[in-house]
Design a protein around this ligand. Structure first.
Ligand SMILES: Cc1cc2nc3c(=O)[nH]c(=O)nc-3n(C[C@H](O)[C@H](O)[C@H](O)COP(=O)(O)OP(=O)(O)OC[C@H]3O[C@@H](n4cnc5c(N)ncnc54)[C@H](O)[C@@H]3O)c2cc1C
Ligand SMILES: NC(=O)c1ccc[n+]([C@@H]2O[C@H](COP(=O)([O-])OP(=O)(O)OC[C@H]3O[C@@H](n4cnc5c(N)ncnc54)[C@H](OP(=O)(O)O)[C@@H]3O)[C@@H](O)[C@H]2O)c1
Length: 295
């Protein structure tokens, strides 16, 4: 029996280590959470560095925290001025997981990530337990196929939704398009997708429903090109041997830079999809992966 998304997760370390090899292979988990000193403190249990620009980590989950797969929370560290330094982060783990997982950029001079990138198991971070966001199943009308469209760290909410049983219960087909500049930036998503079919909890549900379409734009890779171009040209439909997008059957969730979000929304509208929200479900929803012009 698969746990329903809003139910409480199974609290067994065994289930976690099999389901989440993404963050379990590189470092040992902290056995006993340290005493909590920060306000809204949670303890880091595992950290994995994917390259010099990206890392993922897991923290303890507040007993009271309920969230919908795809939502984000504010997390951070205490700043030098003694005030919390918080940023929005998508929860990359599914709603039923016993811990919380995050996937993060390392901005060299970023106020938060220049420090956050040095956390290790046993350290504390601040986590405000108020999840929000638009990338949730409730914001989409029923359909046959759902598209997860992400650039860079925008894959984080889909790392949650790809592990969410509701995704496979609601849709016959799930297409994960992830585009990064370089091959090493795809690695977190690739390892996660590969682990899903063997996953003892949701592997059977995933089956052949999940189609993964990673591309790069600035380094040679078997599949290349921007998501917008691969949708407009029809290359992704041809490569996967699937029907083109249609408002009748297809739903989409988008998470990337402002420029990407804007351009891909235009493409989706071109296929006849309309933007929805929690209060008014339609054919697609959008969220920013970050705010700002560049690092
Ligand atoms: C709704 C929402 C969800 C988010 N979820 C995540 C997440 O899951 N993982 C994550 O790494 N970040 C996420 N972010 C971005 C995050 O809030 C911070 O901006 C990031 O952690 C950097 O913090 P900083 O203080 O080091 O630098 P900031 O001062 O916040 O950012 C400095 C500059 O770095 C660039 N930048 C910031 N974040 C990113 C990014 N993720 N990818 C590419 N460039 C970036 C921007 O150009 C920004 O102007 C999210 C942002 C929003 C609005
Ligand atoms: N200085 C550096 O070496 C360096 C390296 C990485 C990132 N950065 C900076 O960090 C910030 C975030 O980097 P990021 O790599 O996470 O995000 P990004 O620049 O948005 O690129 C991520 C992926 O999205 C694609 N993309 C960008 N804009 C798009 C659009 N309008 N439509 C469709 N696809 C689009 C990019 O393709 P394209 O490659 O075709 O743009 C790339 O494959 C950027 O603003 C960038 O300036 C700097």
């Amino acid at each position: 029996m698969i746990h329903r998304p809003r139910g409480r997760p199974p609290r067994t370390a065994r289930a976690r280590s099999k389901v989440f090899p993404v963050t379990q292979t590189a470092t040992a988990s902290a056995a006993v959470p340290a005493p909590k000193h920060l306000p809204d403190a949670q303890t880091v249990t595992a950290v994995r560095h994917w390259n010099d620009r990206l890392f993922s980590f897991r923290v303890t989950r507040p007993q009271s925290l309920r969230f919908r797969s795809g939502e984000f929370v504010m997390i951070g560290l205490m700043g030098d001025n003694g005030k919390p330094l918080l940023r929005a982060y998508s929860i990359a783990s599914p709603a039923w997981d016993e811990e919380l997982e995050f996937y993060s950029i390392k901005v060299p001079d970023g106020p938060l990530t220049s420090k956050l990138q040095h956390i290790k198991p046993g350290d504390e971070i601040i986590l405000r337990p108020k999840p929000v966001g638009t990338l949730v199943h409730d914001a989409l009308l029923p359909g046959k196929r759902v598209w997860f469209l992400a650039t860079g760290t925008g894959i984080a909410p889909f790392a949650s939704l790809m592990r969410e049983p509701e995704t496979y219960e609601k849709f016959d087909e799930v297409v994960m398009m992830h585009t990064c500049r370089t091959v090493d930036e795809l690695e977190y998503g690739r390892v996660l997708v590969e682990s899903l079919k063997e996953d003892p909890l949701i592997g059977e549900l995933v089956g052949d429903k999940l189609k993964y379409y990673p591309t790069t734009t600035r380094e040679d890779f078997p599949r290349m090109g921007r998501i917008t171009e691969n949708l407009k040209s029809g290359k992704v439909f041809a490569d996967l041997g699937i029907a083109p997008m249609s408002a009748k059957t297809d739903r989409a969730m988008v998470c990337g830079s402002l420029a990407f979000n804007k351009d891909v929304m235009e493409v989706l509208e071109g296929f006849g999809l309309r933007e929805g929200a929690n209060s008014e479900p339609k054919e697609y929803v959008v969220e920013k992966a970050f705010v700002g012009e560049g690092v």
